[in-house]
Design a protein around this ligand. Structure first.
Ligand SMILES: C[S@@+](CC[C@H](N)C(=O)[O-])C[C@H]1O[C@@H](n2cnc3c(N)ncnc32)[C@H](O)[C@@H]1O
Length: 283
């Protein structure tokens, strides 16, 4: 089943949290000269137009990135959010109007250097075509139309022993919840020093509890969990919140998120919005 298209959701509140963390993680990795490998198990199309029929149909970006990106240089915005906002602004040809929004490969393409490489997996026939076109001149990108979970396991540890893995499934299939966690646990066995980012939607709270339990029963160490719920948990309203499990985050990430989360709550929250930031597993 491949009905999910990220074009409908690009720039929504979940992308804001996920991509601001991804930006901070990748930026941190570029502080050392030594190259690293970025692996994106579920890449999507790479870049999205906010003027096309998909974005306009749902208008989700209007409740996400559009609410926090402003023309006045985001004066009240926490410093930790600025690398992400600057990156988004730089991509729009007219900096006064937000016309495009990057997917995770688009963010990586902006931040990775000549010595870094990217492995991008995507299954959807249309999105793999967009992704291939988008990455055409990106010399150290490797794009594959194959299963991203298997792809991750086949690539760790990377030769440089420096790597970031993003696992961002559509959760169309319920098995994605366990498969995503188990892929990280298996990958960690082979590459315990890698940084792993797993995105999840809060649709049913029990599923998140199960993911947490599976992680805490594993031998994975140093796992930070961040969650931003736009509204209270509910079994009726689809995705009410979004979160990330981050294994081996850089040491400043927790304090960077401490700054970002209240800002997201104020600017993107609805009734009963809240956030969680916890070290789920100690170092
Ligand atoms: C949530 S979207 C990815 C968004 C992207 N990571 C971003 O942040 O912009 C999930 C993508 O995974 C693709 N997909 C679904 N199952 C997959 C699999 N087993 N392996 C690789 N890609 C898959 C879908 O076609 C969809 O484009």
């Amino acid at each position: 089943m491949l009905s999910y298209r990220h074009a409908f959701h690009a720039g929504n509140f979940a992308d804001v949290l996920k991509h601001s963390v991804l930006t901070l993680v990748l930026e941190y990795m570029t502080r050392k000269d030594k190259g690293f490998t970025y692996i994106d198990s579920h890449s999507g199309a790479g870049m999205y137009s906010l003027h096309d029929e998909y974005a306009q149909k749902t208008g989700e970006y209007k409740e996400g990135i559009a609410k926090i990106i402003t023309k006045n240089n985001n004066k009240d915005c926490p410093e930790s959010l600025m690398p992400y906002l600057d990156l988004i602004k730089d991509l729009s040809p007219d900096q006064n109007e937000l016309t495009v929004y990057p997917g995770s490969p688009g963010i990586a393409k902006q931040l990775l250097r000549r010595q870094d490489s990217a492995h991008l997996f995507e299954l959807h026939p249309t999105d793999i075509q967009h992704l291939t076109d988008y990455c055409q001149r990106w010399r150290k990108s490797h794009i594959k139309q194959s299963d991203g979970y298997q792809g991750v396991l086949g690539l760790v540890p990377p030769p440089s022993r420096r790597g970031v893995v993003l696992i961002d499934p559509p959760y169309e299939l319920k098995e994605d919840y366990t498969k995503a966690v188990r892929t990280i646990i298996k990958a960690y066995d082979k590459f315990a020093t890698g940084t792993y980012i797993l995105w999840y939607p809060v649709v049913t709270r029990e599923r998140i509890d199960t993911m947490e339990t599976e992680f805490t029963r594993s031998h994975v160490k140093n796992l930070l969990q961040v969650e931003f719920c736009q509204q209270a948990d509910s079994d009726e309203y689809g995705m009410t919140g979004t979160g990330l499990f981050i294994v081996n985050p850089h040491w400043q990430l927790k304090s960077q998120l401490d700054d970002i989360l209240p800002y997201l709550k104020t600017n993107l929250g609805k009734e009963h919005s809240r956030f969680i930031l916890k070290q789920l597993i100690a170092e």
